[in-house]
Design a protein. Structure first.
Lengths: 70, 70
């Protein structure tokens, strides 16, 4: 089963930022797909809710130094 | 006692990248000062070697998604 989470992430200002965030989220167990729109900081994540949670996804965002807006 | 480490970090492409890397290193216990030069990826870190190590500094770099070149 796959669910989709939408996060707004602050702090991305170049394609390198977006790439690093995407790779960090792709590295989370249970995540199957990540789309990052640099402009506006919109991040869409497909994940298996039996493996990870939105809280876990937010944690991965914060670990890279970006802020996941509530 | 303070020692100084020089690392070369790949993957920074904007001032936001440099800021996030600097903040990550400043958050490491034992680190007293960090200077990041975006162009060329030169990072200079003042740290207390009784609290952290160059390996610990490299780990903090990698956690942000950047690469610390050997």
């Amino acid at each position: 089963m796959t669910q989709t989470a939408h996060l707004t992430v602050e702090g991305m200002s170049c394609e390198g930022c977006a790439k690093r965030l995407r790779e960090a989220l792709e590295g989370v167990d249970g995540v199957s797909a990540v789309a990052v729109v640099l402009d506006g900081g919109q991040v869409t994540i497909a994940y298996d809710p039996t493996v990870t949670t939105v809280a876990g996804l937010r944690e991965a965002v914060e670990e890279t130094g970006f802020d996941a807006v509530p």
